[in-house]
Design a protein around this ligand. Sequence first.
Ligand SMILES: Nc1nc2c(ncn2[C@@H]2O[C@H](COP(=O)(O)OP(=O)(O)O)[C@@H](O)[C@H]2O)c(=O)[nH]1
Ligand SMILES: [Mg+2]
Length: 305
Amino acid sequence: MGFVGKLKKGLSKTRGRLSEGLGRVFLGPKEIAENVAEELEEVLIEADIGVRATNEILEMVTERVSRKELKDRESLIQALKEKVREMVVIPDSTPLMESHEKPLIVLIVGVNGVGKTTTIGKLGKIFREQGKTVLFSAADTFRAAAIDQLGIWAERIGADLVRHNPGADPSAVAFDSVQAALKRGSDVVLIDTAGRLHTKDNLMAQLEKMKRVIAKVIPGAPHRVLLILDGTNGQNALSQAREFMKSTGVTDLIITKLDGTARGGVIIPIIQEFQVPIGFVGVGEQEDDLIPFDANEFVELLFAD
Ligand SMILES: Nc1nc2c(ncn2[C@@H]2O[C@H](COP(=O)(O)OP(=O)(O)O)[C@@H](O)[C@H]2O)c(=O)[nH]1
Ligand SMILES: [Mg+2]
């Protein structure tokens, strides 16, 4: 299955919820009612589009209905697509795969269980397929299992692994990893991190320290900070993102587990609020289930019949 097919499948629950809701709005008369915005509100909120983005969409709908520009289902869907496209397309961002630093140092952050380690495995595979050498850095030293999990991915996709013992200082692991990459001439370093500490502030402080230590080896690194968000968390993904955005200098977002959720609409407020591009979305647990995110395709598939 190609990327579009996979994205379509991944979005099927989200699309289902949205189109069921839109179906309700259009149950009655063929023509759009004056109060269509009211009915739409519930549908958009249910699809996890969030209050702010929903209000923006409703404003547009109300205005265009009053100007008699939206007469039927077709024209309304068209207008929704246009508006959402405007909200999710971010100009001028360099895709992760096209960044040319060598070694490219990438820090992966996010709370526990969102799919960081799995996404590193999948991303590593994509870089390998481009003929690049990849080094995984097991800087989530919180649990031995986390280190082993990354080790299994490293073997599977043919990446190097730098690891310390469980409980080691994550910054020391990151430091060693970047130095090893320089020595070996690796193309890409993907650094796994813990998503849980005693407090949120501790976690953020630890990530900041890692960044400082990495920059001592390579000024300007890490070049990218990927925040992983779990799509099934809906609006909670937004509040998680706010925390990480405050202190870690996130450059790219990855939304995982779109396959298991009807809450994929959350992509809209996430991009709208943070103006950070979504590089990839996760649509399953297998190694090929990470696909590049294309905002235009997303909009088409979200509203497809
Ligand atoms: N269905 C689905 N499951 C995923 C996806 N990404 C990760 N997972 C699963 O989510 C769980 C947690 O993933 P993990 O990488 O260990 O999360 P971490 O704690 O952030 O490192 C694992 O069972 C993964 O297989 C995805 O895109 N779709
Ligand atoms: Mg992990």
